[in-house]
Design a protein around this ligand. Structure first.
Ligand code: GLY
Ligand code: MN
Ligand code: MN
Length: 437
């Protein structure tokens, strides 16, 4: 669990990056209606949660560094015994102070009256413009209302500054507390992938494997997947974000599962591909081993000092070589890499930052150059080869094979730590697990 001290440290670090006489306004996530009076499961906005640990909807965080009467202000729902009988517990402004450490807290319904006064006289407003159009409008109205009183001496903020850049740079580097949760999340997800391998039988439906995976997540306390689980049998494995998960699994096919749990607001993201009947065919194994080789070499390239794109370049090189060797691509490696011939079979990048969001925040380039990898960053490595069922330029025996192997990596001083190592990924380890040996 992230401690109260850590949430306080994050706010302090952000406030140290802000200039004198400035204010930051950060909105929580809105509830989303699924139909009529039913909502999608609520998930707090990651930026908001990162700074508060507060997981109720209808909340706004305000940080005012150096303000004597208090720097950490929270607007939230008031306690309401009747609503709480229907919808559950609310902290209320009192709880925002006593449980979450706010210096001051106000009912969200009073924000119109209170926030303009807090904005007035500040030089800069740090805010993530464009994310919540209705709040953007409110903010402009509050600023305009101050402006309209400028002849009476009111002084509106002169500058809106993008908050994301500062906050996301902090989120990119995972603290010891965050690393611990991410390890736990990856290990739950790895167990879930093992479970799917163990129970898989021809004739099952993709959604049944999804249920097995998500059962394992939930039973371990990870109540939600970090993203919609992908379970693609046979050629469905060639659809990168296949989430229908409705087809029957056939003996002789592979099944690709890309699924990861979210634990305490941190994501894991694992892909494994295995044979529905427990045995890889010669063609499946040949392609699989190319993807695995690419993944292992890319993980080797994940080390502090290398730049972000090095693992990707490694996967492109190994996959191109492998496809040439198998006769699927024809030509000279450097030329095939240059012309992007591999993209017919490998059309995505080797990975992304991982954290509170599955595709986590943080810049990939600095001053237009790929940024250097540093200790404390977390990322995925997930090369794949997908040979479309209707790709007639490829010998028939390869068609309909879709394979991706994805692990979660934490960068430490000495190199890559594979957080998801508990899920087997060599063909022989997978076959052994599936055979129940
Ligand atoms: N599951 C989404 C991804 O692997 O990026
Ligand atoms: Mn994934
Ligand atoms: Mn991923």
């Amino acid at each position: 669990m992230i401690s109260k001290q850590e949430f306080a440290r994050r706010r302090r670090t952000l406030m140290e990056l802000m200039t004198d006489n400035s204010i930051a306004v950060i909105t929580g996530a809105a509830e989303r209606i699924r139909n009529r009076d039913t909502h999608y499961p609520y998930r707090q906005d990651s930026d908001f949660y990162y700074l508060t640990g507060f997981s109720e909807p209808e909340a706004v965080l305000v940080l005012i560094p150096g303000r004597e009467q208090g720097q950490f202000l929270l607007f939230c729902r008031e306690r309401n015994p009747e609503r709480e009988i229907w919808d559950g517990y609310r902290a209320g402004p009192e709880g925002a102070c006593s449980e979450y450490g706010a210096d001051d807290a106000f009912p969200i319904d009073d924000i119109d009256d209170i926030l303009p006064g807090l904005l007035e006289g500040r030089e800069k407003v740090y805010y993530a413009m464009g994310r919540d159009p209705s709040f953007d409008r409110h903010l402009m109205e509050w600023i305009n209302s101050i402006r309209s009183r400028s002849r009476a001496g009111a002084s509106p903020p002169g500058e809106l500054v993008d908050l994301d850049h500062f906050l996301h740079e902090l989120r990119l580097f995972k603290s010891a507390g965050e690393q611990k949760i991410m390890r736990a999340a990856a290990s739950i997800s790895a167990r879930a992938h093992c479970r799917a391998m163990q129970v898989c039988r021809p004739g099952m439906y993709e959604y049944q494997l999804q249920a097995e995976i998500e059962h394992e997540f939930a039973m371990a306390g990870a109540r939600f997947p970090a993203y919609n689980s992908i379970v693609g049998g046979g050629a469905n494995g060639c659809i990168l974000h296949y989430v229908e998960n409705s087809a029957k699994l056939t003996s002789g096919d592979l099944v690709l599962i890309d699924a990861g749990c979210e634990l305490e607001h941190y994501a894991s993201d694992i892909t494994r591909t295995f044979p529905v009947n427990g045995r890889f065919s010669a063609e499946q194994k040949a392609i699989y081993d190319v993807v695995l080789q690419a993944q292992l070499e890319a993980i080797e390239a994940c080390k502090p000092g290398n730049h972000w794109n090095e693992p990707h370049q490694t996967t492109v090189r190994v996959i191109t070589d492998g496809l040439v060797e198998l006769g699927i691509l024809d030509g000279e490696r450097n030329e095939l890499v240059e012309t992007g011939a591999y993209r017919d079979f490998y059309m995505h990048r080797a990975g992304h930052w991982l954290g509170m969001d599955v595709h986590d925040v943080g810049d990939y380039k600095v001053h237009d150059e790929w940024r250097l990898l540093e200790s404390g960053m977390a990322l995925t490595v997930e090369p794949g080869i997908y040979i479309a069922r209707d790709n007639t330029r490829v010998d028939e025996r390869w068609r309909g094979i879709g394979i991706r192997i994805e692990d979660d990596i934490l960068l430490s001083g000495s190199g890559a730590v594979v957080l998801s190592a508990d899920a087997p990924k060599t063909t022989s380890d997978i076959e052994t697990l599936m055979a129940g040996k």
